[in-house]
Ligand binder design. Structure first.
Ligand code: GLC
Ligand code: CA
Length: 558
């Protein structure tokens, strides 16, 4: 595949509210991020994706934007942003902004104008539709529960919101809306940002007849994804988006794409796709149940591993996916993908290693590099996430007790990954001098950056070596552009694969099992490139014994 600058990068996701507070108001901010740039540089990071920092009422933590051209005062000023961008650039770090263009905030000027004149120009920026027989236009359930339609006060109209009612969907059939959005995107690109992570993008194409579908739950509604999955024509919109904005320069884009139609991978992220890359959510989707978090599926190691392998094989030679263990919407990987006996620093290093050396772009979510874990809150009031409230309510309505509903939140709440970054063992984990907006995970005294800096055997040091290996002159071509070859696919505790560029070859071996195991090869295992347990520099054998939670990256020779 073509060599492109962004393929060689390692990206770090910052959730600004929880990264570092500089002024003691308990909320992370841009100056806090600025302060930590050297830390990111040291880790080997080339690009930082900032979850939204725009002006917002924070109904959905900034994914509800009320002014695309302003920085939220909670985070600082545009001047702070420009400083951050410039200082990051000096360190060779690009800034990737979050692009939320399926919807805006109900406090956005466009929506406010639409409400004032529900048959006027700005109503056409949204989907204002007549109800049917006293009911909403269709039976769609929003992602955060309840109808996806909300009454426009004083009229018989409803507006569409696939997420919260404070997040009205923008009308992508309206050329004026597209023009406004494209101008805004170009305005940000003019500033010199590296690119965009593109939020919920599959939802922008609507079937404007808004047909109702077979109900899929006791509420008589169907998930709004039923429409997304059936409607055609998103390609035209995405093609236009690319042509009018990203394609004019060498912008990096990564799509948050769920519900991709079969066979559409190359159209979306092939060499000439709409985006540079998109996240591989296949392993995260495995737990998905029919009715939300209280009703998830148990997933075996083998199933999880095979799903990752399948994604890798599907995009080989065709596309470059972005690989994650966790993000701001998903629970912590260390709590989710590791069996209990492996939930320790060795296990966490092993998980990081198998993920970062996959083919594709590694995204590391803040705190992952020190092994932050899920965080249990005492009661539903301690959470601060609209989706968690909705999932809790659903669980209670389905007859679960408070305790049972909370247990579902312990496992899947989006706040698991949103607790403040653990910088040191001091008060509030060094995140703030004030009161943190969301509780700090109690394990911060054991899991924090400062302690790990001092310990060469820590998860943090391991991540540094891991990233350095992936980017090293010697191995870059193998780990970035090389082929992915699955090994021992049916093994129920070994996660193993090889990477090769045709000249050099490395194997990654990880024992997720409880027992030690012997792995036999037809080739010779040579130089040890990375290990999380003691290993001499050379193996020089055709077999190797792996301890539980051991990961080994090793050169292989004929
Ligand atoms: C994406 C974001 C999520 C947000 C949603 C609506 O899925 O990652 O945090 O709630 O879009 O914007
Ligand atoms: Ca602050």
């Amino acid at each position: 595949m073509k060599k492109q600058w962004w393929k060689e990068k390692v990206v770090y996701q910052i959730y600004p509210k929880s990264f570092k507070d500089s002024n003691g108001d308990g909320i992370g901010d841009l100056k806090g991020i600025l302060e930590k740039l050297p830390y990111l540089k040291n880790l080997g990071i080339d690009m930082v994706w900032l979850s939204p920092v725009y002006q917002s009422p924070f109904i959905d933590q900034g994914y509800d934007i009320s002014d695309y051209y302003k920085i939220s005062e909670v985070f600082g000023t545009m001047e702070d942003f420009d400083t951050l961008l410039a200082e990051a650039k000096k360190l060779g770090i690009g800034i990737v902004m979050d692009l939320v263009i399926n919807h805006c905030s109900s406090e956005h000027e466009w929506f406010q104008k639409a409400l004032k004149d529900p048959y006027g120009e700005y109503a056409g920026y949204f989907y204002f539709e007549k109800g049917k027989d006293g009911n909403p236009p269709s039976n769609y359930r929003s992602y955060f529960g309840g109808s996806a339609w909300e009454k426009v006060p004083g009229t018989d109209l409803y507006y569409l919101h696939m997420f919260a009612k404070e997040q009205p969907d923008l009308n992508w059939e309206n050329p004026k809306v597209k023009k406004e959005l494209f101008d805004m995107i170009n305005w940000w690109l003019d500033k010199g940002i590296a690119g965009f992570r593109i939020d919920a993008i599959i939802n922008i194409k609507k079937d404007v007849n808004f047909p109702s579908y077979e109900p899929d739950g006791p509420d008589g509604m169907c998930a709004c994804t039923a429409m997304v999955e059936r409607v055609d024509g998103i390609g035209e919109l995405l093609g236009e988006l690319k042509r009018e904005t990203f394609a004019k320069r060498d912008t990096f884009t990564v799509g948050e794409v769920f519900n991709l139609k079969e066979g559409a991978l190359e159209e979306f992220v092939g060499e000439n796709g709409y985006f540079s890359s998109m996240f591989d959510f296949a392993p995260h989707m495995l737990t998905e149940g029919q009715n939300g978090w209280y009703d998830t599926r148990e997933v075996t190691f083998l199933e999880w591993k095979k799903t990752i392998i399948q994604s890798q094989m599907e995009c080989q030679g065709k596309a470059f996916l972005s690989n994650i263990i966790e993000n701001h919407d998903e629970p912590r990987g260390a709590s989710r993908y590791l069996p209990e006996y492996a939930q320790n620093p060795d296990g966490i290093k092993m998980l990081g290693c198998v993920s970062v050396l996959l083919r594709g772009i590694p995204f590391i979510y803040q705190g992952q590099e020190i092994g932050m874990t899920n965080c249990q809150m005492d009661s539903i009031e301690d959470y601060d996430d609209i989706d968690t409230y909705h999932q809790y309510r659903e669980a209670r309505e389905a007859g679960l007790s408070d305790k049972e509903a909370l247990e579902a939140c312990y496992r899947f709440s989006r706040d698991n990954a949103r607790t403040p970054m653990q910088w040191d063992a001091g008060e509030n984990a060094g995140f703030t001098k004030g009161t943190p907006w969301l509780r700090v995970n109690e394990n911060y005294r054991m899991v924090n950056v400062a302690d790990q800096e001092k310990d060469p055997g820590s998860v943090l040091h391991f991540y540094r070596k891991l990233i350095a290996l992936r980017k090293s002159e010697e191995w870059k071509n193998v780990f970035v552009y090389g082929e992915f070859l699955p090994l021992f696919e049916e093994d129920e505790s070994l996660f193993a694969y090889a990477r090769t560029d045709g000249e050099k070859k490395a194997v990654i071996l990880a024992n997720f099992g409880k027992e030690e195991m012997t792995v036999k090869f037809s080739e010779n295992l040579g130089k040890v490139l990375l290990a999380n347990m003691y290993r001499p520099q050379q193996i020089n054998a055709r077999e190797v014994v792996l301890e539980p939670c051991e990961v080994l990256v090793c050169q292989v020779c004929e």
